[in-house]
Write a new protein. Sequence first.
Length: 329
Amino acid sequence: MSFFAVLLALLLEQLKPLPRDTWVHEALFAWVRWTGRNFDAGKSHHGWIVWCVSVLVPSALVCGVYLLVARYSLLLALAFDVALLYLTLGFRQFSHYFTDIRDALDRGDEDLARQRLAEWRHLDASELPRTEVLRHVIEHALLAAHRHVFGVFFWFVVLSALGLGPTGAVFYRMAEFCSRFWGYRHRMLDAPADDHLLALSRRIFQWIDHVPARLTAFGFAVVGNFEEAIGAWRRDAALWYYGNEGIILAAAAGAVGVQLGGAAAPGVTPDRSKTFTTGLPADSTEAQGSTAGVPPVAGHLQSVVGLVWRSVVLWMLLVALLSLANVVG
């Protein structure tokens, strides 16, 4: 049933994408803000309480509803799966920014492209040259595809196989949302920062995302240039501060042969510093601190889209084969 739930959710999202600002996002924002305000008293152990309430309570609620529904009707359980996946999984939750930037660059309107990039990632892109705009768009799109599709896909399939329905999808997206929320709250809303809570939420998400990130990178290698992707994975993943992000971006860069990373600010995201401990030789001024490959051009945007979709097909086929084997067995 996992295969059909994911397939129907992806098809539904293509036909009726969620708008940019939905009541779901507003509800998540209000929920995580409320848990922080009511359960965080500033001590280290309060961070764990806030995280557990923010992430595990919604996940447990979804699990309970699914088990109740599944007792009475498998068809209703499938519909519940599709509904939750529609809210948590899909390209159209971020692809409108990608499309707007690509169209602006195709028209030669680089100012609009920088404006859309700034709106998307809440960073100052006003001084970025065209090549850097392209690099940032590719990096953000790859990470967004992982967090909106492949990470959700992995946790949904794993917990669905245990009979827990869409619990995994909600669990992953809540953990990912919390890892971003506390930094965003401090940076954009000028609210006091709880450094422990911020660090804790990011660290837990790194654990949760450990296996999905590596499967995403492996999928990019299989459907792209396998040898170059694996080589870039091993050589260049340490260019990024966070290991999971570095593995995904390095493998994708090798798979399509494009330079990613680089010393130009503001990096992958505005609040995450980067270290450059590997990569091209220090005397390579053109691409110091970057992966191997050619500088980003407009054509690489389409290459990245193709890479992501081929990877989706790969994992969907794998889940379909496993489901068929389970039925036959």
